[in-house]
Design a protein around this ligand. Structure first.
Ligand code: COI
Length: 349
């Protein structure tokens, strides 16, 4: 690895009590270029701008995918990554679906560890705090022919984080727009999936909702995801989440919630969730909780579901009664080294 340390670090002006998620970047980043059919050296360099052409294929044709992952600092200052091998596997799954070159395990994991290590002072400590890490691959070739690009960049940037949807939110069950289609790229963390979600989300926000529950593109009768998260529903004491598919992202937080629910002996059903069943359960009082999970947010609890012009309200439960909050606590305790890690999920940096 080639290392160019920052000669002008900004860490001394970083206030861990007062920063904005996603706009504050740590002092370094990882970059690595792909050309002539192979990846070059991984470089750890000062965070900053890079020179690209407006004709670069990544922005014209959307060959771009990313990961979201976090590093946590425990109360003694030890730093951990959470299940990084899962993000490694998924970025390559996304890359191959978008006809982009896969990265090697060494590039991904060594780059990640070197970056987190050099900028460990940027990781805020305390409840809900972490470093959000964004590995990405995008096409950099300057060419306007619509074809697979020949040049790419793998990069890793990172921003300090606190959970960003803290209050319970209202979500609209989509009856028109969808996030993914059969045969499409829904299971890839493709940049374009996010671009396509912004307009329907904006419309839902204009109707007074915070987010959307994405339903299937052909019938809109089944839940798929919510916002940028996987979705869970609790009816009585059973939890449901849709199975992953070519339309549903294989979320690492989703997978962790399933494992934690199983460990607690909570009945967990991985099966399609019909809008009809959820609406009926709300009407007869058996719908206890609906929530989203994702790396950035961890858990977003829903307080209302918008369906055909009606707002279906959900009870707001305390930690003691809520499966969502209990599983979130189990997860965060493992991530932050506040609890045993029976699954071997933490990786010390
Ligand atoms: C994540 O949770 O990592 C996400 O994908 C959300 C991100 C788009 C902010």
């Amino acid at each position: 690895m080639i290392i160019h340390k920052s000669t002008n670090p900004r860490i001394s002006s970083f206030d861990p009590e007062n920063f904005s998620f996603g706009n504050t970047f740590i002092d370094h980043m990882i970059i690595c270029e792909f050309e002539d059919g192979k990846w070059g050296d991984v470089q750890l360099v000062p965070y900053g701008q890079l020179p690209f052409s407006p004709a670069m294929m990544g922005v014209n044709y959307g060959q771009a995918c990313f990961e979201g992952m976090k590093a946590y600092k425990d109360k003694d200052g030890k730093v951990f990554l959470f299940r990084p091998e899962k993000n490694f596997a998924r970025i390559n799954k996304s890359a191959s679906r978008l006809a982009m070159p896969e990265v090697t395990e060494e590039m991904f994991l060594e780059g990640l560890k070197a970056l987190v290590d050099i900028d460990r002072n940027w990781i805020p400590q305390g409840e809900g705090m972490s470093l959000y890490i964004r590995p990405l691959i995008f096409a950099t070739e300057e060419a306007l022919k619509a074809r697979i690009a020949n040049k790419y960049m793998f990069a890793i940037v990172a921003t300090p984080a606190k959970s960003y949807y803290t209050e319970p939110v209202s979500v609209k069950i989509s009856d028109f727009y969808s996030r993914a289609a059969n045969g499409g790229v829904g299971s890839a963390k493709a940049a374009g999936n996010y671009a396509a979600s912004f307009y329907p989300t904006k419309l839902a926000m204009e109707e007074g909702y915070d987010q959307i529950i994405w339903t299937d593109d052909s019938t809109h009768e089944f839940f798929e995801e919510s916002g940028t998260m996987n979705v869970f529903v609790r009816i009585n004491d059973k939890i449901y989440t849709p199975p992953t598919s070519e339309k549903i992202l294989d979320g690492i937080t989703r997978d962790s919630f399933i494992a934690l629910a199983n460990k607690r002996g909570i009945e967990m059903k991985i099966e399609p969730i019909s809008v009809k069943a959820v609406v009926e359960a709300q009407k007869n009082g058996t719908l206890k909780e609906v929530w989203g999970v994702g790396t950035a947010v961890v858990t977003s609890v829903f307080q209302a579901l918008g369906y055909k012009g009606e707002k279906l309200m959900l009870p707001i439960l305390t930690l003691e009664d809520s499966f969502a909050l209990t599983l979130q606590k189990d997860l965060v305790d493992i991530q932050t080294n506040n609890a045993e890690d029976p699954f071997g999920w933490r990786v010390l940096v």
